[in-house]
Write a protein that binds this ligand. Structure first.
Ligand code: HEM
Length: 405
């Protein structure tokens, strides 16, 4: 039985939510911990303990990705379970969580940051941080890791934006669906010829690793590799781009914390961890329970879609002291754990699908923040105007004009 089944409010598709999701989240946690949203045809959960359980308990499958992402990516690690899932993750671990990340990819990341900073206009001391840095940087890193042509960066950017649109299409807008499906066709024809070439002449890059990898003695098919690359470009692009923008926004809004980070760079990882809690780039992730499950507020029936509100769980007052304050020194967040499955926030999910790219994101943000702070002094919002955050599924400012010396 479902308690508090309110159809009108609180509503994550309302204008009030767009303006300030955190007030809506509080209302949900306090009075509607389990809601059914008719338009989304989904149950919504918001308390930390419930969201954590949905990510960790095997009864919550990720079969929702069969319709949420497979039509645009093909089948990926996100929707796999059990042994199939761990074998695919093991393939990614060396590049994203092991030696390669630190030995091979740190120079690649550093070069991407340096090139972007060098392209800032010399005569003007202002930039749109989003357009001129954050949206280009992480996608540039993935493109380099896969050794794809850098000149095709705008193409990748367009593709991942339309794939993220497909994933976030909560109202099932047909134009968004069509754009996603068109991207699938374009990306496929682009990647298949590169995969063929890389199979013939493998190098030391991540795409060659995927082309030569064996799972249970069998090579990955072209379609599997293409799906993997499509997921990496999307999962590693828009998320890190938003995270970096939000980190700088939070620091500019809290000048004493910006000063502390500027003077002690070992605080960058803490500031990023607190940003992930306070303003997560991905606000919600779905799951599909295999049987009826009892949660706070009622029972979710088997096979229903459940929307797990990361943004709400990360502000739960039963988990954090003064959750609506940005505080890089808060006791509850341990930056040594924040990028691992033992994290004390839900921004990377938790459990078996915990973000495989979390350490890469940490290293990217650390290097970028360090070099940006070296080059830009006295960073402020242009005209002292803080940018608005927008978005429901993922959320951040669309543009962020900053000035500096
Ligand atoms: C701040 C940046 C990032 C955030 C907030 C983020 C967030 C997430 C979340 C919430 C999930 C869980 C999805 C689910 O359980 O349904 C996830 C999984 C994943 N992420 Fe990230 N991500 C980030 C960066 C990256 C990067 C840089 C990469 C790689 C290039 C990446 C690759 C992946 C992959 C492959 C998965 C699927 C893992 C699995 O199913 O086992 N992510 N990420």
């Amino acid at each position: 039985m479902l308690l508090n089944n309110t159809m009108k409010n609180p509503d994550i598709l309302s204008p009030q939510f767009q303006e300030n999701p955190y007030a809506v989240y509080k209302e949900m946690r306090d009075h509607h911990p389990l809601l059914f949203h008719e338009g989304m045809n989904s149950y919504i959960i918001s308390r930390y303990e419930d969201v954590e359980r949905a990510f960790k308990d095997n009864v919550f499958s990720s079969r929702n990705y069969d319709w949420q992402l497979e039509p645009v990516h093909g089948r990926t690690v996100l929707q796999m379970e059990g042994k199939e899932h761990s074998r695919h993750r093991n393939l990614l671990n060396p590049a994203f969580r092991g030696r390669d990340l630190f030995e091979k990819f740190i120079p690649v990341i550093t070069k991407n940051v340096q090139d972007l900073i060098a392209a800032f206009p010399k005569d003007q001391k202002e930039i749109d941080f989003v357009a001129q840095f954050a949206t280009i940087f992480p996608i540039g890193v993935i493109v380099d890791m896969l050794e794809l042509p850098k000149s095709d960066l705008p193409k990748f950017h367009g593709w991942y934006t339309s794939i993220m649109g497909f994933l976030s299409n909560l109202t099932q807008d047909p134009a968004v669906t069509e754009a996603g499906l068109k991207t699938k066709v374009e990306f496929e024809s682009y990647m298949l010829s590169i995969i063929e070439e890389r199979r013939a002449n493998p190098g030391g890059d991540l795409l060659s690793v995927l082309c030569t990898a064996e799972i249970d003695g069998v090579n990955m098919t072209d379609q599997e590799i293409k799906a993997f690359c499509s997921l990496l470009l999307t999962a590693g692009g828009e998320t890190t781009d938003k995270a970096l923008t939000l980190l700088f926004k939070n620091l500019i809004e809290n000048p004493e914390q910006m000063e502390a980070v500027r003077n002690d760079r070992s605080l960058i990882d803490k500031a990023f961890a607190e940003t992930l809690r306070f303003t997560p780039p991905v606000h919600m992730i779905m799951r599909q329970p295999l049987e009826d499950v009892e949660m706070s507020g009622g029972v979710i029936p088997a096979n229903a879609t459940v929307t797990c509100l990361i943004g709400a769980a990360n502000r739960d007052e039963n988990k954090y002291q003064q959750p609506d304050e940005f505080d890089i020194f808060r006791a509850e967040i341990d930056d040594k754990k924040s990028y691992t499955g033992a994290a004390n926030h839900t921004a990377f999910a938790l459990g078996r699908h915990f973000c495989v790219g979390s350490l890469l994101a940490k290293v990217e943000v650390n290097i970028a923040t360090n070099l940006l702070l070296d080059h830009l002094q006295n960073i402020q919002f242009k005209d002292n105007e803080a940018p608005r955050e927008t978005g429901v599924f993922t959320r951040s400012p669309k543009e962020m004009w900053i000035t500096f010396n």
